[in-house]
Each structure stands twice: as C-alpha cells, then as structure tokens.
Write a protein that binds this ligand. Structure first.
Ligand code: HEM
Ligand code: HEM
Length: 328
C-alpha cells in the first residue's frame, strides 16, 4: 500500500518527466483493458449459454455510458500496444536508450494519429444510431448487472484471503507467492512475444467491431455480419455472434479459431501483467499469496469459460430464445 501511495505521489512530483508518465499510462491502460476483457469474455460466453443475458449485455454496450467507455478502451489499447512495442524494441536494443525521450514522444504522436480517424468513424456510427431515437438501457439496469461482477470479484478475493490465511497457519509459511527465476524469465519473454502476436489480433478485432462495423451494428437487422457472408436476419445480438462463429472458410470456423487465439494470448498476457502490478504493491505474504492465487484462478477460469463458449457455439435454439426477449 505504501508503495502504491509512493508511486502516485512521486509521479505527480516528477510532473513533466515523460518516461514516468509513459510507465504510469502503460500500467493504467493495461489494467483498464484487462478489466474490460474479464467482463467481455463472460458476456460473450452468454451468447452460447444464456442468450437472454447476452442480449441485455449488448443493449448496455449501446448505452451512452458504455459508448464513452468504448472510446476510452480504444485509446487504452492503441496507446498500450504502441508503447509496448517501444518497450520491446528498447529491451532488445539497449544501445538506443539515449533516444528514449524521443521514442516516448513518437508513441504519443502515433497514438494521436491513429485515434483521430478512428474516433471520427466511431462518432459517425454513434450519430447514425442516435438519428433513429433509440430506446436505451436504463442506468439502474446497468448498475444492477455490473454490481454482480463487482460482487463476484470481491467474493473471489475474500475466498483467496481466507484460503491463504489457512495455508499460512497450516504450513507456517512466511513467504508470498514466488516463482522460480527460470519461470520468471520465461514469462518475461512471453510478455514480449505475446504482445507482438496480440497486436494484429486485437487491432483486427477492434477494426471489425468499431470501424468497419460499429457496436450498434451487432443488432442491425438485415445487415451482413462483418467478416462473413451471412446476414443477421433477426437483428439479435446472438444471431450476430452465431453468424461469426458459424462462418466457415475452407471448412474451418475461422472466427472461432481467431477468437480462441486472441482469448489465450490476451488472458495470459493481461493476468501476468496484473501479477507484476500486484507483486509491486502487495508485499505482506498472506495478501501477496491470496492475490496471486486469485490471479491464477481468474486466468484459468476465464480461458475455460471463453473456450467452452467457442466450442459450444451458438445454435438455432439460442436464436429462438433471443426472438422472445423484450428489453426495456
Ligand atoms: C467494446 C469493444 C468490443 C466489442 C463490441 C467486441 C465484440 C465482440 C464480439 C461480438 C465477440 C463475439 C465473437 C466475434 O464476433 O468474434 C467478441 C469476442 C471476443 N473478444 Fe471482443 N469486442 C470488443 C473488444 C475486445 C477487446 C479490447 C478484446 C481484447 C482485449 C477482445 C477480445 C475478445 C475475445 C478474447 C473474444 C472471444 C471470447 C470467447 O471466447 O468467448 N474484445 N468480441
Ligand atoms: C496490443 C498489443 C500489446 C503489446 C505490444 C503489449 C506489450 C506489453 C509489454 C511489452 C509489457 C511490459 C511487460 C513487462 O514489464 O515485462 C506489457 C505489460 C502489460 N500488459 Fe500488455 N501489450 C499488449 C496488449 C495488452 C492487452 C490487450 C492487455 C489486457 C488484456 C495488456 C495488459 C498488460 C498489463 C496489465 C501489463 C502490466 C503493466 C505493468 O507491469 O505496468 N496488454 N504489455
């Protein structure tokens, strides 16, 4: 906790030092994207397991609150990706260190250059949606759904703290969660490799969901679903996901394979990044162990849920359930 306070106060004190701001922004953007990812993988799995809840989740994604969040999310992903590339480049080219300052400025500039046209296109999608005076998800329904996620996070952390305390009593262990140094070195390399692999996958996913089509097209009746030759006849969100996951190219369900790769890489990268942050701030062994266990549990659970949904797919029954849902 003291370390966290020091980080905040020192960052403010060294105002203007670009390297410090880059470090903070990289951390905050990575954590912000991870928070979204956790909700997003659970939401998406509902397309397969609970079509009514998926319809409700997408309805909330189309509300003004989430639209603001969508712009922030895109900014986080783009900045984190470019800054991640900068970190990787300098790790392998230490002789370029003298150019750090200029590189950090280039990252800010390329982020801005990317975001200006992307935001303009996204804004256009938003304005087109509001032209039809749509009915929007209420604030109370958003609070109700999101507070269940919050309760879930709290329950996992409390359970991990209790287990860690019990473990401490039984084993008399006074150490936190430590990995062998070889494993740490492998994870360090994995963060770099996965970052490079994630970049085209995430940018491709975001281009399809925010630029080529918008979040609002997920419920567009009669619209051809992005990346497929299938039309979303009903305009239900589950039919959109069904079309994507059922699209075959040379007999291969390409978007399921794509989503599976994206899922594995971003979850492992994001949760290992979260582990670095936890280990920087949570030093007492009981808390450190508990949070690390919660991270391992969270990563495994998310991969299982996401992969299960991809394997189960979305079938006609889900479309029929979606037909009967009346929102608002
Ligand atoms: C508001 C922004 C986003 C929207 C509207 C969106 C939309 C979707 C949709 C409709 C699907 C269902 C399958 C498909 O069409 O491919 C999906 C799946 C997925 N998305 Fe996104 N996406 C967004 C942002 C992101 C970001 C930033 C990431 C990564 C950090 C991401 C990672 C994934 C993954 C891993 C899956 C597969 C989930 C599973 O296996 O159940 N998405 N997304
Ligand atoms: C788009 C391509 C991406 C690239 C090139 C990239 C690159 C990197 C790099 C190089 C690091 C530093 C690792 C270290 O200190 O050893 C990192 C950290 C991190 N990344 Fe990513 N990343 C990407 C996407 C993502 C996504 C989608 C998420 C969220 C799901 C994420 C979450 C994190 C977190 C939480 C950290 C830890 C931050 C810290 O220690 O301060 N990254 N990333």
């Amino acid at each position: 906790m003291t370390t966290l306070v020091t980080t905040v106060t020192e960052t403010l004190r060294y105002r203007g030092k670009i390297g410090q701001w880059s470090w903070v922004l990289h951390r905050v953007s990575g954590l912000g994207t991870l928070l979204f990812l956790i909700l997003h993988v659970i939401d998406t799995s509902w397309a397969a397991f609970a079509p009514d809840l998926y319809a409700e989740a997408i309805d909330q994604y189309q509300s003004p609150l989430f639209t603001i969040g969508e712009f922030i999310l895109i900014a986080c992903v783009v900045y984190h990706a470019y800054n991640g590339l900068r970190i990787i480049l300098f790790d392998y080219k230490p002789e370029w260190w003298k150019h750090q300052q200029r590189a950090a400025n280039i990252v800010f500039a390329t982020t801005a250059i990317t975001l200006i046209p992307v935001f303009a296109i996204m804004l256009n999608h938003v304005l087109e949606f509001y032209e039809d005076d749509p009915e929007l998800a209420s604030f109370s329904s958003i609070v109700e759904m999101q507070s269940k996620f919050l309760l879930g996070f709290i329950a996992i952390i409390v359970a991990a703290l209790v287990l860690s305390a019990l473990y401490g009593v039984i084993s008399r262990s006074r150490s936190g969660f430590n990995l062998p140094s070889r494993a740490e070195a492998t994870l360090w390399s994995f963060m770099r490799l996965s970052g490079v692999l994630i970049l085209p996958l995430v940018f491709g996913h975001l281009a399809m969901m925010h630029v080529i089509q918008g979040v609002f097209d997920i419920t567009g009746a009669g619209i051809q679903v992005v990346g497929t030759d299938i039309v979303n006849e009903s305009g239900h969100a589950v039919e959109f996901v069904g079309a994507r996951w059922n699209m075959l190219l040379a007999g291969v369900a390409i978007w399921r394979v794509y989503d599976g790769l994206l899922l594995a890489l971003v979850v492992l990268h994001g949760f290992n990044g979260l582990r670095y942050v936890v280990n920087d701030y949570a030093h007492p062994p009981l808390v450190n162990r508990a949070l690390n266990w919660a991270i391992v549990f969270g990563a495994v659970a998310l991969i299982v849920v996401g992969a299960w949904a991809l394997l189960a797919g979305v079938d006609e029954t889900a479309y029929e359930i979606a037909e009967d849902i009346v929102l608002h």
